[in-house]
Write a protein that binds this ligand. Structure first.
Ligand SMILES: Cc1ncc(COP(=O)(O)O)c(C=O)c1O
Length: 452
C-alpha cells in the first residue's frame, strides 16, 4: 500500500456474542444517558436497583476487616489470590447461615449432598457462567423477565420462553400447556429453567406450591427427554421478604429427587453490593465442576478479603443485620404504597410488590403509556419541549427516572402490549421525602399524558 492510499480496513472479527454486545442494549443506553447528566439533590432516581445506603453496615465491615487481618490463622492469606471455588471459611458460613435460617425443607442431610461455590463477581457472574457453559437452546423463565440476565441470554444465543406470572409467581399451568404445545424437536431444545423467586421487576413472591410444581415439571421433563433439565432459582431478594404475614419460603431442594435444582444467592442486598459475593448451591457433578473452572478462567472467586469479611459478618452479626434491613424496607414499602395510592391510585389498574425487596411494579390504565416514546416519559425527563413544563435550559426542573415496562417484558411474548403501560419503581435508593416528591411529579406527568 502506498503512503496516503486509503484502504477500507476490516473490523476486528468478533464472535456472534461479541457482535451482539457491541451494541449497548436500549435499557443500558437509557440508564447511561440519564447517569451522564444526573444532578445529585435535584433529579430523583427510582430506576436503579441500588440498595439503600443506610442498610449497608459500614461499622460491621470495618470491624470484620480488622478481625480478619488480625487473625491470619483462621483467615489465611486474606490479601492474596483466592481459590476457584471460594474461601472455605465463607462456604462454611453460608452453609451455617442456611441451616440457622431454618429454610423450610432444608436440613444438614440435604446440604451435605450439595456443593457451595462462590462466584467471581456476585451472583451476576455465576449467571453469566451458566450462559457460557450450557449449550444454547431454550430457557424458560417468568414474564416480566429479569431483563439484565435475559438480555445476556439472548446475546449468548439462547431463546427465551417467557411464561406470564400471577400473584403467586410463574403460571405453572400455562408452562405445562406451552411445553405440551412444543413439538418433539423444540422440546429437545429446552436447556434450563430460570426463576427469580422474588421476581425482578414485579417483586412477586413465588409460592411454595408453585416452587414444588416447578421441580415436578423439570423432573418430568428430564425423564421425558432423558436429559437433565436443571432449574435455577435466583434467590437475590429472598432474604428481603419483609412482610411479616408472608409464609416462609421453602427450599427447592426438598423435592428434588434427581438433583436438578441449583440455587443462586447473593449478599449484595443484605450486606453490600460492593463486596461482590454471590454463591451457587447445587449437586456436585459435571456442571458444578465446569462452573468452578469458569470462575478460575475469569480471575478466581471474589477477592479473598471481601469473602472473609462476609464470612465474619455471617458468623457474628447476620441475624441483627437482616432484621435491620428488613425493617428498613418494610417501613419504606408501607409509606411508598400510601403515597402511590393517594396520588396515582385512580390511574393505576395493577400494583405488585411491597412485601419483599424494594420495587413496586405498576400497570397504568389503558391510554397511559410509560415507554421511552411516551408523553409521561418525556414529561419526567423534562423533554416535552415546553419550557413551562421542562424548566428553562440550564435549569431544568427535577427529572425522575424509572424502569419502563417495555424493557422488562419479553419482546417475543404476550405481554408486549401491556408492558408499554407498566413501570418498575424502586423505593430502595432515594430518601422517602424525595420518593414522595417523585410520585407527585409522576402524577403531574400522568395528567399531562392524559391531556395528549
Ligand atoms: C434477580 C437478580 N439476580 C441477581 C442480581 C445480581 O446480584 P449480584 O449483586 O450478586 O451480582 C440482581 C441484582 O439486582 C437481581 O436483581
Amino acid at each position: 500500500m502506498k503512503p496516503g492510499e486509503i484502504h477500507e480496513i476490516h473490523e476486528i472479527p468478533l464472535t456472534a456474542y461479541g457482535r451482539a454486545s457491541s451494541v449497548p442494549s436500549p435499557v443500558n443506553r437509557m440508564m447511561t444517558d440519564f447517569a451522564l447528566d444526573f444532578r445529585d439533590g435535584i433529579d430523583i432516581n427510582l430506576g436503579v436497583g441500588y440498595v439503600n445506603e443506610r442498610t449497608i453496615p459500614r461499622k460491621l465491615i470495618e470491624e470484620a476487616q480488622r478481625a480478619v487481618l488480625a487473625n491470619p490463622k483462621q483467615y489465611r492469606v486474606a490479601l492474596n489470590y483466592g481459590g476457584s471455588k471460594g474461601s472455605p471459611n465463607l462456604i462454611e458460613s453460608i452453609r451455617r447461615y442456611h441451616l440457622n435460617n431454618r429454610i423450610k425443607g432444608l436440613d444438614e442431610g440435604i446440604l451435605d449432598e450439595k456443593e457451595i461455590i462462590i462466584g467471581p463477581n456476585g451472583a451476576t457472574s455465576l449467571l453469566d457462567g451458566v450462559a457460557r457453559l450450557v449449550e444454547p437452546g431454550i430457557v424458560i423463565t417468568t414474564d416480566p423477565t429479569y431483563y439484565i440476565y435475559c438480555n445476556l441470554l439472548l446475546r449468548t444465543g439462547f431463546q427465551i420462553l417467557a411464561v406470564p406470572e400471577d400473584d403467586r409467581g410463574i403460571r405453572t399451568d400455562l408452562l405445562r400447556e406451552l411445553i405440551e404445545a412444543l413439538d418433539e424437536g423444540r422440546r429437545r431444545e429446552i436447556r434450563f429453567v430460570y426463576i427469580v423467586t422474588v421476581n425482578n421487576p414485579t417483586s412477586t413472591i413465588l409460592t411454595n406450591e408453585r416452587r414444588r410444581e416447578l421441580v415436578r415439571i423439570v423432573t418430568e421433563l428430564s425423564v421425558d427427554l432423558n436429559k437433565r433439565i436443571p432449574i435455577i432459582f435466583d434467590k437475590a431478594y429472598e432474604d428481603l421478604i419483609h412482610d411479616p404475614d408472608c409464609t416462609k419460603p421453602e427450599s427447592g431442594f426438598r423435592n428434588d429427587d434427581m438433583g436438578l435444582v441449583y440455587e443462586v444467592g447473593t449478599l449484595s442486598k443484605v450486606l453490600a453490593p460492593a463486596l461482590r459475593i454471590g454463591y451457587m448451591i447445587g449437586p456436585p457433578g459435571v456442571f458444578m465442576r465446569a462452573m468452578v473452572q469458569r470462575t478460575n478462567d475469569v480471575g478466581f472467586s471474589a477477592p479473598l478479603i471481601t469473602q472473609e469479611i462476609a464470612s465474619y459478618i455471617l458468623d457474628h452479626h447476620i441475624k441483627g443485620q437482616i432484621e435491620k434491613v428488613r425493617a428498613g424496607y418494610r417501613e419504606r414499602a408501607v409509606a411508598v404504597r400510601a403515597f402511590l395510592d393517594e396520588t396515582l391510585g385512580s390511574f393505576v389498574s395493577g400494583c405488585t410488590g411491597g412485601r419483599a425487596g424494594f420495587y413496586y411494579y405498576l400497570t397504568f390504565d389503558e391510554g397511559i403509556r410509560t415507554d421511552t416514546g411516551s408523553r409521561l416519559y418525556h414529561f419526567l425527563t423534562r423533554a416535552t419541549g415546553d419550557p413551562d413544563l421542562d424548566g428553562p435550559p440550564g435549569a431544568r426542573k427535577p427529572r425522575v427516572t424509572y424502569l419502563p415496562g417495555e424493557f422488562c417484558v419479553h419482546r417475543g411474548g404476550g405481554m408486549v402490549e401491556v408492558g408499554r403501560r407498566q413501570m418498575r419503581l424502586s423505593y430502595g435508593f432515594e430518601e422517602l421525602s424525595r420518593i414522595e416528591e417523585a410520585i407527585w411529579y409522576l402524577r403531574e406527568g400522568v395528567d399531562y399524558a392524559c391531556r395528549g
